[in-house]
Design a protein around this ligand. Structure first.
Ligand code: CP
Ligand code: NVA
Length: 312
């Protein structure tokens, strides 16, 4: 796998072999870190971390992943730089690209991260936009591999807001990796048909199926039940509307019983709003897995930086 110089904007741009290669690299870096071994692959590299939205996991993962490999991270928050206020994305990209060796961006419009990647001249990594959250999917896939083994043939259901950045990115990641994927959501929150069609094409190549449904009974025999907040960052004003639409789609004991599998795992990208998308009981029962997933953000993000920018 040679990903040197590549940006990481969505998983659409990566083959299943490349995604598998990133997971292998992350597993290797994780095993080394557990033995106290860190690397020098980013020595002398300066990395910009642009955050228009808040973050715990993504920010800390880029920061620690970078420092573990000998690089220097620089946090640029919403009010710290001119981007979006006084300076265009195109100009900001060309300035930062002259100074930094890699740029992470978390923000609202997806086209901003695409524009940064187009003009920066250095790798740009998507740390979440309104439409996609690709680094999260690597952590999810690694956690599934650790807990369930071979990815191909697993059955995965995302329950909740089926048109948010997580549902979009999970559909891409699962169908590329041969994981049968169900998006379980009320019709008003179904994903865009164009993206569903594209993911069905990925599924044809990998052997995965993709179903979009509003029938809760479709959770039967799933290996992974995944959910996310009902209101994503920037949609806080939609809270009442979303609760009304999604209250029957809560991951609770009743839903987990319907799955009817002994080996099912529950995943959540976090942060979680307990009592909305998941009950406290279900969350705590699977807390070890969910926090493995959170930890894996760091190992997988480190792998993305090492693969696209690292020296060895
Ligand atoms: N899952 C995730 O991206 O978490 P943060 O918003 O804390 O980065
Ligand atoms: N859909 C959520 C994901 C958070 C990691 C959001 O965008 O807020």
């Amino acid at each position: 796998m040679n990903l040197k110089g590549r940006s990481f904007i969505t998983l659409k741009d990566f083959t299943s072999e490349e995604i598998g290669g990133l997971l292998d690299l992350a597993a290797d870096l994780k095993a080394k870190k557990k033995q106290g071994i860190t690397g020098n692959s980013l020595k002398g590299k300066n990395i910009a971390l642009i955050f228009e939205k808040p973050s715990t996991r993504t920010r800390c993962s880029f920061t620690i992943g970078c420092i573990d490999e000998g690089g220097h991270p620089e946090y640029l928050g919403e009010h710290d730089i001119q981007l979006g206020h006084k300076e265009s994305v195109k100009d900001t990209a060309r300035v930062l690209g002259r100074m930094f060796d890699g740029i992470e961006f978390r923000g609202f419009e997806h086209k901003k991260v695409e524009e940064l990647a187009k003009y920066a001249g250095v790798p740009v990594w998507n740390g979440l936009t309104d439409d996609f959250h690709p680094t999260q999917i690597l952590a999810d896939l690694l956690t599934m591999r650790e807990h369930l083994g071979e990815l191909k043939g697993l059955n995965f259901v995302f329950v909740g807001d089926g048109r948010n950045n997580m549902a979009n990115s999970l559909m891409i990641g699962m169908t590329k990796m041969g994981v049968n994927c169900v998006i379980l959501a009320p019709r008003q929150l179904w994903p865009e048909e164009g993206l569903v069609e594209l993911c069905r094409e990925y599924g044809k190549a990998s052997g995965a199926t993709l179903k979009v449904t509003d029938h809760i009974d479709e959770v039967k025999n799933m290996d992974v039940v995944y959910t996310d907040v009902w209101c994503s960052m920037g949609e806080e004003d939609k809270a009442a509307e979303r609760v009304a639409l999604l209250k029957d789609y809560q991951v609770n004991d009743e839903l987990m019983k319907k799955v009817g599998s002994d080996r099912v795992i529950f995943l959540h990208c976090l942060p979680a709003v307990k009592g909305n998308e998941v009950t406290e009981e279900v969350f705590e029962r699977y807390a070890d897995t969910v926090f493995d997933e959170a930890e894996n953000r760091m190992h997988t993000i480190k792998a993305v930086m090492v693969a696209t920018l690292g020296e060895n």
